[in-house]
Design a protein around this ligand. Structure first.
Ligand code: DAK
Length: 209
């Protein structure tokens, strides 16, 4: 079974993270495959909007702790582990929606924030629990979370590692909208279709700006 499931519905392309045994923890093969997939769609004129999603239980429960564990923090920083792929994903020109149900923690929350619109299921739980492992957010969380929710809440989340539910994420400005979990994908596709109906160059320029 592929680590990324793909489906294209007209102008809307959907990538589903598929590592259920590890709650979609982001390891090198998964992030390589996701970046390759999104870049291929970015270059495909028939695709206008993309959606990245996970499972009911987890969008992604973090960067893969087992892959990081043998490395020193200095090695992780020097190798920019997982950072190269997140940077590739953030450079996708077409709009990308994060459809998030369940856990979006650590690198999982950072992946969602590297995309353009975060649509949350009412089951979504966000957090940057890195500090509980003795490390700090390394995939953009220290910057993107601040921009999304402001310094005070970002500091509180990063310094305590606590989780925030979907309602709090909506109130804080991290999520654009919260929908019932059963309707998450239908709502994400509807949103994607609405964007796909707009002129693509304008959409890409809005994103770039
Ligand atoms: N990595 C690897 N495996 C994970 C994982 C993760 N982040 N999260 C869950 N899993 C695995 C579990 O180990 C378990 O596998 P088995 O032990 O059965 O083999 C399976 O997924 C199911 O998890 P649980 O049994 O724990 O499920 P529960 O429902 O009981 O709990 C949970 C769900 C999400 C509360 C729990 O799994 C959990 O706390 N997970 C870890 C969450 C976390 O701490 N995430 C942040 C990871 S740190 C950097 C680059 C990157 C980063 C930092 C720096 N630089 C370049 C400098 C990134 C850091 C992170 O993301």
């Amino acid at each position: 079974m592929s680590i990324i499931l793909t489906e294209v519905r007209g102008p809307v392309a959907i990538a589903t993270l598929n590592r259920p045994e590890a709650l979609n923890a982001l390891n090198t093969p998964l992030l390589d495959a996701l970046a390759d997939t999104l870049e291929a769609w970015d270059a495909d004129p028939s695709v206008r909007v993309m959606i990245v999603t996970g499972s009911d239980k987890a969008f992604a429960a973090g960067a893969d702790i087992k892959e990081m564990a043998p490395k020193s923090f200095a090695e992780m920083h020097r190798e920019n582990i997982f950072g190269r792929q997140i940077d590739r994903i953030a450079r996708i020109a077409k709009p990308v929606i994060a459809a998030v149900a369940g856990f979006a923690l650590g690198g999982g929350c950072e992946l969602a924030m590297a995309l353009d619109i975060l649509l949350a299921a009412d089951t979504a739980k966000f957090g940057q629990p890195e500090i509980t492992l003795g490390i700090m957010p390394g995939l953009g969380g220290s910057q993107r979370l601040v921009r999304a929710v402001g310094k005070a809440k970002a500091m509180e989340l990063c310094l305590t590692g606590r989780m925030m539910d979907a309602a709090e994420a909506l109130a804080a400005g991290l999520a654009a909208r919260v929908v019932p979990a059963a309707e998450l994908m239908a709502e994400a596709v509807k949103l994607a279709q609405k964007i796909a109906a707009q002129p693509l160059p304008a959409a890409a320029m809005v994103k770039e700006a």
